[in-house]
Design a protein around this ligand. Structure first.
Ligand SMILES: C[S@@+](CC[C@H](N)C(=O)[O-])C[C@H]1O[C@@H](n2cnc3c(N)ncnc32)[C@H](O)[C@@H]1O
Length: 222
């Protein structure tokens, strides 16, 4: 499959990568939010059966590596479209964590791995940037190809206070510029998972009825 270059993907240069790394640590509310995200990610890995081989894609600056490395015998592969994000990750992560992770540059549209090469694909904060259904299907199909068993994907869904507020704000926006992030209807995204060959094993909400973030655990239907 040819690699597709999305507009949002271009922003992850070195300056942005350093900013991204700081973003999740620099205020109390960000640290709390990161803590909650790590907690639901841990639950998702448990629901996925504590997979032995995990691909973290996009890994960004390695925010979830310490969590993934908690299972001592886990093989961790980590990839990102942006070389800058990967090099910041290699700079900032503690050596004990780094030595557990094999990193490589890869687009989610064209993952540089053979079929069925990992147990689980762990995908945090990518799909809410993927606004076109055909792009989401292409990415989910790549996950289906490289994962033997399961996938965890986080994205923004409707049915909560924040999504209602966002809809109102967007309706008021006069300048319709490029849309960088999207709130998906649960009904639609769940159909997309099924179209890509996955069954939903479960989901975890960041803050039920309030926040838009939801983390789904999907199992491959064979
Ligand atoms: C919001 S960050 C999330 C990073 C990490 N999962 C986290 O939660 O900290 C989005 C990441 O997606 C990466 N990215 C953008 N387009 C991509 C693509 N087509 N394939 C793989 N990664 C991509 C960016 O480089 C960036 O690291």
């Amino acid at each position: 499959m040819p690699t597709q270059e999305l507009t949002f993907s271009k922003k992850y240069n070195l300056k942005h990568a350093l900013k991204y790394h700081d973003k999740h640590r620099n205020t109390l509310s960000r640290r709390l939010s990161n803590w909650r995200e790590q907690a639901i990610a841990e639950k998702a890995l448990k629901l996925a059966g504590q997979p032995a081989t995990v691909l973290d894609l996009p890994c960004g600056t390695g925010r979830f590596w310490a969590l993934l490395a908690r299972k001592k015998d886990r093989t961790i592969l980590a990839a990102d479209n942006s070389d800058a994000m990967l090099s910041v990750a290699r700079e900032v992560m503690p050596p004990a964590v780094l030595e557990r992770v094999q990193t490589f540059q890869s687009s989610a549209f064209d993952i540089q791995l053979a079929n069925d090469s990992v147990d689980h694909v762990f995908c945090m904060r990518l799909l809410h940037h993927i606004t076109r259904p055909e792009d989401r299907l292409a990415i989910l199909s790549e996950f289906y190809r490289v994962a033997r068993h399961s996938v965890a994907v986080s994205l923004w869904v409707d049915g909560n206070y924040k999504s209602l507020r966002r809809r109102k704000l967007e309706a008021r926006r006069t300048h319709k510029t490029y849309q960088n992030r999207i709130v998906l209807q649960r009904r639609i995204v769940e159909r997309e998972f099924s179209d890509a060959g996955f069954a939903i094993a479960g989901h975890y909400d960041f803050l039920k009825f309030y926040a838009m973030w939801r983390l789904y655990v999907l199992k491959k239907q064979l």
